[in-house]
Write a protein that binds this ligand. Structure first.
Ligand code: NI
Length: 226
């Protein structure tokens, strides 16, 4: 399932990120790539331990903690500290699957990557090409969102970033270990939660709301790992 999460950052926060990234030191993006994806990856990244990455990563995580759609769609157990990438003209990232397990930087703990997130920091008008292309059983989905918007997609899906042909594409990217590992179950829980919220808005006193809410929590209890 692909989920667009609009306006994770507002215009002022996007500007703050872009200003900070403009003065940051970038390195070859292959530092976080596995052997196979390193062969198709051509972009720049902020070093994980850089002050700019920590500061802006903290801003993003803080915003996500208060974002109901992100929480409902991802059901996050652990979130990898956000990383930042930059594709100038001629850069791109060929088809790959993200590494399944990652060690959290500076810690012994590991994270299973259930979901990948891309937070767009450049607007679609800032560059040509640079679409995130995600494959699933329904075909290839092309994603190019306004600055400040985020997309969630299954980390196990084949995906790529089309070559940028004009301008520059700045983004943050990171991974999430979900309390619900299976994408189909997570999709069902999001659909159920969204439907319950919709009914609650229109018919707040409807007696079935209690049963539907109980079903949601009992499915989460059945499938979730804290
Ligand atoms: Ni990837």
């Amino acid at each position: 399932m692909l989920v667009d999460i609009p306006q994770v950052l507002d215009a002022a926060e996007v500007l703050r990120c872009r200003r900070r990234l403009a003065e940051a030191g970038w390195v070859d993006g292959r530092v976080t790539a596995g052997h196979q994806s390193a062969q198709v990856k051509a972009n720049l990244q902020l070093p994980e331990e850089s002050e700019a990455a920590r500061e802006l990563g903290g801003l993003i995580l803080g915003k996500l903690e208060g974002n109901p759609l992100f929480l409902s769609a991802a059901l996050p157990a652990r979130v990898y500290p956000p990383l930042f990438n930059r594709y100038a003209a001629g850069m791109g990232f060929g088809n790959h699957v993200d590494n399944a397990i990652r060690t959290l930087p500076g810690q012994a703990a590991r994270i299973r990557t259930d979901l990948s997130a891309t937070l767009f920091l450049s607007g679609p008008e800032d560059y040509d090409g640079g679409e995130l292309l995600v494959e699933d059983t329904f075909g290839v989905h092309s994603v190019k969102l306004p600055a400040g918007h985020l997309v969630l997609y299954p980390s196990g899906s084949l995906h790529r970033v089309a070559p940028v042909t004009r301008g520059e594409r700045l983004a943050s990217f990171f991974w999430i270990q979900s309390m619900v590992r299976d994408d189909a179950r997570r999709t069902l829980l999001l659909d159920l939660d969204t439907a319950v919220q919709g009914v609650r808005g229109e018919l707040p006193a409807h007696p079935s709301l209690l049963t539907l809410t109980a079903c949601y929590h009992n499915l989460l209890r059945m499938w979730g790992e804290p």
